[in-house]
Design a protein around this ligand. Structure first.
Ligand SMILES: [Mn+2]
Length: 267
């Protein structure tokens, strides 16, 4: 029912026989645009000759972000293998991120934690363009992307330990925007375990995120709790001796349906 504007004159009623049947009640779906997300994690870029295949794999990730015309690119921790990564690899990453045509959000992982002198602190992502956002607040940061009708939240990891909970302080949905989270840690069904950086099923279900971009576990895996689809994307470079190719997650958010993710091969 739409209220008539002030001054609007209601037309005279038609005779009964000419009345047009009322349409079925339209569902009041929120005005949210579809969104395609490309999601990677655990790239583990590093120096040295054996770092070259990893760099090539990250280039294939960026190629896929472009080919799939993703609206949003999420890097859910451990982009770098360690915090001593040197300038050439940082320059390479900045150059690759400059090729990404959409907003890109990065969080730290346990290999590239937000310590003094950390590689994520030394990298000048602004050189890649103003489309790169680093969620650098230990207590969490929620960024709104008006053009995407979306928010992205995540915490910045300082220490990988049992006391660190990647989902602590996750905010409620902002207005009717897509509600997206990022978290680097270990998903578990057993909240009593003493492992580090735990992410529990209850936390995922309570978050209300439409999509939760996970990192840390090196295999593609999807979990649904409540309305939330949580996903480890799989790693870009498959480890030696495994039959599978590297992959990332391509996620489709469509108004009125649950999120869907697929593992996109990087062969
Ligand atoms: Mn990790």
């Amino acid at each position: 029912m739409i209220a008539a504007a002030a001054g609007f004159q209601k037309p005279p009623a038609l005779p009964d026989m000419l009345q047009i049947p009322a349409r079925p009640e339209l569902k009041t779906a929120p005005v949210i645009r579809p969104l395609t997300i490309a999601h990677t994690s655990d790239v583990h870029l590093h120096d040295g000759p054996d770092g070259a295949p990893v760099c090539a794999a990250f280039s294939r990730v960026v190629d896929t972000v472009r080919d799939r015309r993703a609206d949003l690119f999420l890097i859910a921790g451990d982009l770098f293998d360690h915090n001593r990564v040197s300038g050439p690899v940082i320059d390479f990453v900045v150059g690759e991120l400059a090729r990404v045509p959409c907003p890109t959000v990065i969080i730290a992982g346990n290999h590239d934690v937000w310590a003094d002198g950390a590689v994520l602190r030394r990298a000048d992502f602004g050189q890649a363009g103003n489309h790169i956002t680093l969620l650098n607040q230990p207590d969490g940061l929620q960024i709104e992307f008006p053009e995407l009708h979306a928010t992205v939240w995540g915490r910045c990891m300082l220490d990988h330990g049992p006391e660190y909970r990647p989902m602590a302080g996750a905010p409620a949905r902002l207005r009717d925007l897509w509600h997206i989270g990022m978290a680097h840690g270990l998903y578990t069904d057993d909240p009593s375990t003493q492992r580090s950086s735990l992410i529990t099923a209850d936390e995922i279900g309570a978050s209300g995120f439409d999509y939760l971009a996970l990192g840390h576990v090196h295999a593609h895996r999807q979990m649904r709790h409540g309305r939330t689809l949580a996903c480890y994307p799989g790693v870009p470079l498959a480890s030696e001796g495994t039959a599978t190719n590297g992959c990332l997650a391509i996620v489709d958010l469509m108004p009125g349906t649950d999120a869907k993710a697929v593992a996109q091969s990087l062969d």
